[in-house]
Design a protein around this ligand. Sequence first.
Ligand code: HEC
Length: 447
Amino acid sequence: MTIRIAVAAAIAVSIAGGGAPGEAHRPAPASPVAAPTAPPAGDSAVTYHRDVAPILQRSCQECHRPGEVAPMSLLSYAQARESASRIQEALLSGTMPPWFADPGVNRFSNDRRLSDAEARTLLSWVDAGAPEGNPADAPPPRQFAEGWTIGQPDLILEMPKAFEVPAKGTLEYQFIVIPLGFTEDKWVQAFEIRPGNRSVVHHVTAVLRAPGSTWLTDVPVGEARPKRGESTLATSLSMSSGAIGAYTPGQPAVHYPTGRAMRIPAGSDLVLELHYTANGKLTADRTRVGFVFAKEPPAEQVRRFVIVNTTFVIPPGDPSFRVEAVATLRADVKLTALHPHMHLRGKASEFRVVTPEGETRTLLRVSRYDPAWQLRYHLADELVLKKGTRLEVSSVFDNSASNPINPDPAVPVRWGDQNWDEMALGAFEVVVPRGAAPRVLIDRHNR
Ligand code: HEC
């Protein structure tokens, strides 16, 4: 029971952007790599310095280095050798690197998977006993950016007060409101969140609170307020439709191409949702955010919306309960990214569109959803969707006892904010010509 609670508390329920890795996730492979049947020719020549290090640099070290989210570093030969058998296991089971879109359905620009050749190289290296090879063959160490990765921001805002993180225990998500004070609309070209203390900041979601919104208005500016007891639908809709960016290890900052930006209406405020994890020492954090504004109003405007079904009841014990959420587009849009969101019973997700002509196309299929990783999938080929297109999101839940992270298989489960509740939600990021589209982009259909 202790384990279940710890896991439940650790898992991210952020619905904004990026991927929020949890401290633990279910050992569910996404697209496992096939074990090499026959070793490739010249296999014995595979060495750490020449063949393995470049792959670890490119695909693993952003998370597997000191102060980052992964449990061990993969920066040196000694560290890689030490973890060799676990690397083999992770590759064969498909748990690493974290990427859960089924192959062959669509192409994504942020695809993290290793190529078959890279995976074979790592597996052959482990099979061969993890040989070191010649240090002279090693690539130069990968450099990680220390400053802002978006360039010098036009505006930097800091949490008004430090948040004290205790040495031990599980912390609830914290909300902190930061006033923006814009008297005119601003166009965001790039946005970055920089934790003050990376060793305790697990992930951060930044959300715009629209002018006039009553969401969290009882929270004094700059004071941290635990997320407990939110009015669930209001919170999740505010969070998902107002999301402007997220910090999570290994996920790049938001940076739109020239001519494309996100509008911040005058009078908006920024709400940070912070997930802190204790690191054994009493410490504190003051996270900062940086904005780069577009030099002129962009041709295209970035918009986000979510499709939800809030009326489901997942029966106790059901190993595969499917919930559909449907909406229709009110305007032509260009689709740029997709983000499925469920909690601990989330098992699979699928995003589809049906064109006004009646043609169905699957955009994303995640057969093995992992709630510990809140991944956004950026389309490699942006897709024009016409007004009248039907958007469909299927969410499949496992409420049985064989789901190892199910908080309680004996209860019916409804929509809610907490990890023991569920969400059937699909978030869409689109672009539209500036000022052209209606304020509300979709008509939701209740089912
Ligand atoms: C986006 C961050 C990220 C990336 C990229 C990433 N990992 Fe991980 N890795 C994690 C986290 C977090 C964990 C621990 C939680 C878990 O098991 O999911 C982990 C766990 C592991 C484990 C299991 C450790 C154990 O305790 O058994 C192995 C092995 C591993 N990673 C190898 C790799 C390799 C090899 C790559 C690159 C091909 C890679 N990872 C890329 C974040 C990452």
